[in-house]
Ligand binder design. Sequence first.
Ligand SMILES: Cc1ncc(COP(=O)(O)O)c(C=O)c1O
Length: 306
Amino acid sequence: MPIPKVDKIWMDGELVDWDDANVHILTHSLHYGSGVFEGIRAYATDRGPAVFRLTDHIARLFDSAKVYLIDIPYSLEALVEAVRETVRVNGVESCYIRPIAYLGYGEMGLNPLPCPVRVSIAVWPWGTYLGDEGLRNGVRCKISSWQRHDPNAVPVASKGTGMYGNSSLAKVEALKAGYEEAILLSPQGYVSECTGENLFVVKHGRLLTPPTSAGALEGITQDSVMTIARDLGYEVGEANLLRTDLYLAEEAFLTGTAAEVVPIRSVDDREIGPPGPITKAIQETYFAAIRGEVDRYKDWLDYVSG
Ligand SMILES: Cc1ncc(COP(=O)(O)O)c(C=O)c1O
């Protein structure tokens, strides 16, 4: 789906017209994947648009930057405010938000340290990433022939732009084979995560999700879902999972800001089935929480107008 245009993009402290939000062809990050980014969503609520867990996302952007020794020239508070401003000036009710800190035009070569650090924030209306049908009835997944990065090869705890070549290879392989999403295994053979989502299985009534040591990103949706699941009375834990734990799961679903909470219908053609009761209960509470309808999760929302 093409990106729908809005009016303004925040670039290095200025709101510039959408069509003028360009970079030089010798931008370092374009050549070496040396940027870090976030994916955030704002949702319509009865008090206007609210950004979901905004400070947590911007804190993760700073953590990602720290791993790569990128010194972001703004404070966390300034970027939080810049996101709110960008959503506000574009007059969108709900949107996806893409902050990126990247290395600009200046020097070339594999020492990134002398390059200028630039920051931009774009927003645009974006429906659910894996489609409404997937959200309702589940997606079909394939274990990828591409492995998740070894964390000593590429730091998987950081949302570095360059590492997403791995996710793209896995995604294209899955799509070309007729599936909707790929699941990657760690170099040790444990289930890691999907291309841009964490995953959960239900096993003997317990919810399990792979740990960061299996190469999974510490997902903010994953964390929200773990909180919701515990509050609903389910047992939740992190565990190393084998691919057969996916094939034999009682229920399975994936979580991510772009995708939200999406049931997994099958893995490698082994049917898990239509969304089960635990998946549905979590989906229902999550979607109510992001709309500001659940009091106990109201701190997760950052209203853009005050
Ligand atoms: C590789 C990867 N795993 C998991 C996630 C889910 O994280 P979150 O729920 O914070 O969006 C993302 C998205 O940011 C991702 O890119």
